[in-house]
Design a protein around this ligand. Structure first.
Ligand SMILES: [Zn+2]
Length: 95
């Protein structure tokens, strides 16, 4: 249908969408890009919508207090899958 699968890649530093090229993968297997204008290397964030750092911090606090991922999801009104993921991350980091 003529429309190439064009992703919107915008440099987080200079904000241009030109000359953004693939630049290997990072440690977690996410595609990295390099800006041809300012030479900044960056990773596109994988589908992280809706939750700000404040919510995440609060979730992590509840998790460290022993709340389950499901409980946190309920308490903060977010998807429990998300809470579970954070719970996993937190348990990997802590201890
Ligand atoms: Zn740039």
């Amino acid at each position: 249908m003529g429309t190439a699968n064009k992703e919107e890649k915008v440099c987080p530093k200079c904000g241009t969408d030109e000359k953004q090229r693939k630049y290997g993968l990072n440690g977690s297997g996410n595609q990295r890009y390099k800006c041809g204008v300012c030479k900044r290397e960056y990773t596109l964030k994988p589908m992280q919508r809706g939750y700000d750092t404040q919510t995440k911090e609060q979730a992590l606090k509840l998790l460290t207090q022993g709340m389950t991922g499901r409980g946190v999801g309920k308490a903060l009104g977010m998807s429990k899958a998300n809470a579970y993921r954070w719970a996993r991350e937190a348990s990997k980091k802590g201890r």
